[in-house]
Ligand binder design. Structure first.
Ligand code: AMP
Length: 289
């Protein structure tokens, strides 16, 4: 496994193997790896000849006052996990090399980025332009055949798919299911912030989504969303949002929809902001977790 620290090093390695017919898979991460990341690495290892993992806590997707400085980091441990997962190249640059002085470009997807986590009450629209700018830079530099993202960050996946299509990236964007703890809590690097009590309380998030899925077929969408919110509130959690939208456009979903519906939630649990979602397939009245 080779570690690359600068855009120039990455470019040099990619120039050398670009001519080969080997397929390249990219897994972008902010590190502090867990089984969710591992599932992406595993898929990449199975599908691609060369697996590239980026490890970069991207400062531009954090708002002032968010957890940029305290975001959990453990590079040695991440490198060991990546090696174990069969990663060929790790790209772990310094922010100063990614955004050198004079950097002035922003890649922005409109519309989809202004709702849910992108609203002013959430992380703000600037969050997603931070994400799309770094992902565009990575897709451009690595030029992968496949790039892997988690359904855990459903809005991010929709925004990146939109961007890749709009900007004619040749990369196939692959979105893989959310990996959960045994009690249903979606794995997240931020779970490390939770005290034992908060960790216990956080299980209400997935339970609330299941409650919405369960009640939807008979009660209808509005009542099912209310049931989910009620479940959260009973556990002492006030959601920042708990909404039903279509996964492609992120437009609000309506009752008796023919299409799959994404129910997405964000909530602070004792000061830690967690997100999760469920895809409800109305036809099947089941879910893709
Ligand atoms: P992060 O390091 O949190 O930026 O996540 C890197 C990638 O891993 C993103 O595409 C996430 O959606 C994905 N990811 C994070 N948590 C999970 C999870 N629990 N299951 C599946 N994918 C995940």
């Amino acid at each position: 496994m080779k570690v690359l620290r600068t855009p120039a090093e990455l470019r040099e390695v990619r120039e050398r193997n670009r001519a080969s017919s080997e397929k390249v898979g990219l897994v972008p991460t902010m590190g502090y790896l867990h089984e969710g990341h591992n599932s992406l690495l595993k898929a990449a290892r199975e599908q691609a000849d060369i697996v590239v993992m980026s490890l970069f806590v991207n400062p531009t997707q954090f708002r002032a006052g968010e957890d940029l400085s305290s975001y959990p980091r453990d590079e040695d441990r991440d490198f060991a996990i990546a090696e174990q997962a069969g990663v060929d190249l790790i790209y772990a640059p310094d922010p100063g090399d990614v955004y050198p002085s004079g950097f002035a470009t922003e890649v922005e997807v409109t519309g989809l980025t202004e709702v849910l986590c992108g609203s002013e009450d959430g992380r703000g629209p600037g969050h997603f332009s931070g994400v799309t700018t770094i992902v565009a830079k990575l897709l451009n530099a690595v030029d992968p055949d496949f790039a892997y993202f988690g359904q855990k960050d459903a809005q991010q996946a929709s925004v990146i798919k939109r961007m890749a299509e709009d900007l004619d990236f040749r990369t196939e964007i692959i979105v893989l299911p959310t990996v959960r703890e045994r009690d249903g809590l979606a794995m997240s690097s931020r779970n490390a912030y939770l005290s034992p009590e908060s960790r216990e309380r956080a299980t209400a998030i997935w339970a609330a989504l299941l409650e919405t899925e369960r009640t939807y077929p008979e009660a209808g969408l509005d009542a099912a969303l209310d049931a989910g919110v009620h479940h959260l509130q009973t556990a002492g959690i006030e959601p920042e949002y708990f909404e039903a939208r279509y996964p492609g456009t992120l437009d609000p979903a309506i009752d008796d929809s023919e299409e799959a519906i994404l129910v997405a939630v964000a909530a602070q649990v004792d000061g830690t902001r967690l997100i999760d979602n469920i895809l409800i397939e109305p036809g099947k009245k089941g879910s893709t977790k």
